[in-house]
Write a protein that binds this ligand. Structure first.
Ligand SMILES: Nc1ncnc2c1ncn2[C@@H]1O[C@H](COP(=O)(O)OP(=O)(O)O)[C@@H](O)[C@H]1O
Ligand SMILES: [Mg+2]
Length: 240
């Protein structure tokens, strides 16, 4: 078993109402990351369909794909028809057991988490991936329209939050509790987002393309524009 206790945790949440650009940003961020494996639970078939990253639909193919490294996109529609949440538990367990045995940085990614788990019923396997996973160099990328409904143990692991426009009071409360400005979040235009590093408090704004750094408020001096990463093939294997 390989363990790396000093792996700095990196767990990203993307939130916002429907159609604001969450999945598009998620795909761009995950593509730009360098990791030996990018495990994606694709219960909506978007990675295979929209982003043209081939997915696998059964366990034998999953193991074969894992052996070859790079993207490991699992669509549970065949193995768990109508039971995505059960497929999610299986995939979390699979990823954790696999990652324990191999060295290198791995990503665990899931869109629309609110469809799979809630604050009372986070699968134990997801908590394990998030909490203990750091020892095995597992980082996470999650999307949820309802961050308030993510189990506390998972929320406590988050290091970075990107929010698109939100109007739901409970979601906004979560964001405000984590340092976001309510008016800014409510007034974001389509495809605009705010990124907050929860550890340092650094805030960046995006107009739908790249992110620009800013120290305190939107009216303050603007930092340098950071261009979007268009280069990542997604199959890079260097450690982060
Ligand atoms: N930054 C952007 N600029 C232009 N179009 C975008 C941008 N982000 C998303 N879109 C488009 O908007 C639509 C909704 O985006 P999507 O990422 O699926 O939103 P969500 O996941 O929040 O529902 C898609 O058709 C997508 O191509
Ligand atoms: Mg989406």
């Amino acid at each position: 078993m390989t363990q790396k206790f000093n792996h700095p945790s990196y767990k990203v949440l993307i939130t916002g109402t429907a159609g604001t650009g969450k999945t598009t940003l998620f795909e761009k961020l995950v593509r730009a990351e360098k990791a030996q494996w990018k495990f994606v639970f694709d219960h909506q078939g978007e990675f295979a369909g929209r982003f043209r990253v081939p997915s696998v639909t059964n366990i034998d193919d999953l193991e074969d794909k894992t052996f070859r490294k790079g993207w490991v996109v699992y669509d549970p529609a065949d193995d768990f028809p109508g039971k995505s949440a059960d497929g999610f538990v299986f995939f979390c367990e699979y990823v954790f057991i696999t990652c324990k045995e191999v060295r290198g940085r791995k990503l665990f990614c899931c869109d629309e988490l609110q469809a799979l788990t809630d604050q009372h019923n986070a699968p134990e396997a997801l908590l394990t991936v998030c909490e203990t996973g750091r020892r095995h160099q597992i980082d996470g990328f999650f999307i949820s329209q309802a961050p308030n409904r993510i189990h506390n143990s998972v929320r406590n692991q988050l290091t970075d939050v990107y929010t698109f426009r939100q109007s739901d009071a409970n979601a906004i409360k979560y964001l405000v509790d984590n340092g976001f400005n309510e008016d800014e979040v409510r007034n974001l235009k389509q495809y605009e987002a705010i990124h907050r590093n929860l550890r340092t408090g650094q805030v960046m704004y995006s107009k739908g393309r790249g992110f620009s750094a800013e120290n305190t408020s939107r009216s303050g001096p603007r930092g340098q524009e950071i261009p979007p990463d268009e280069s990542g093939s997604g199959d890079a294997v260097a450690a982060r």
